[in-house]
Design a protein around this ligand. Structure first.
Ligand SMILES: [Zn+2]
Length: 214
């Protein structure tokens, strides 16, 4: 073990108010596709552009349903589970819902969740991908739309995320480079309050349990 890894583990063990910011990298060990992969001939990255989604509504909903089904079958890995057991507060960029499934209670999904759809006509929420084969609302037959933030739309619950970070005494950043605004500014809030920041870029499945539980 390198000295900085020992130090990171000590910080995590001491922390009373631990916050984690997580991205796609934490779910790689759960077998989820990342942005570089292709689903039904579509590059994952392009699927979430607001422009594309609204121009090809029906195709977008079908693609989306396929993703929701595929991701719905995934299970939390050791990194999700360790964070849940440690009662860490989670701020995630992911849509997969795996933190909640792992048992975490304090979860902010900045981009929404793949497990939730709403009807554009009557506003009914739907959570079962099976209902969605035709992308039609079972209540009023209106068009269904995934309850997620598309590229170019504002993230959700940012105020609460900032509040959590201002009280954090340690911050873990797992599986994300936080390259976009406004999320790239989040670590600064914790740093300004003197919280150490620990970055886990690879093998979250091994390192997160190591830092939190050994
Ligand atoms: Zn409806």
């Amino acid at each position: 073990m390198r000295p900085w890894q020992e130090a990171a583990r000590a910080v995590c063990r001491r922390a009373r108010d631990l916050v984690a910011i997580t991205g796609a990298g934490i779910s790689v060990d759960s077998g989820l596709p990342d942005a570089s992969q292709v689903v039904r001939d579509y590059q994952m990255q392009g699927i979430f552009s607001s422009h594309h989604a609204h121009r090809h509504q029906r195709e977008f909903c079908r693609l989306y349903t396929e993703l929701a089904n595929r991701w719905g079958a995934a299970a939390p890995n050791q990194a999700h589970l360790a964070l849940a057991r440690r009662h860490a507060k989670i701020i995630t960029l992911n849509l997969d819902g795996l933190h909640t499934q792992a048992g975490s209670r304090d979860v902010i999904e900045l981009h929404g969740s793949l497990r939730s759809f709403r009807c554009l006509q009557c506003g009914a929420r739907h959570s079962q991908p099976d209902e969605l084969t035709a992308c039609v609302c079972g209540v009023c037959s209106g068009a269904l739309w995934p309850d997620v933030v598309l590229e170019g739309e504002p993230v959700r619950h940012l105020g609460l995320a900032l509040e959590w970070l201002s009280f954090a005494d340690a911050l873990l950043i797992i599986g994300t480079s936080l390259s976009d605004n406004p999320v790239r500014q989040l670590p600064q809030i914790a740093k300004e309050n003197g919280a150490p920041v620990i970055v886990v870029n690879r093998r979250a499945d091994d390192w997160v349990p190591y830092y939190l539980e050994t």
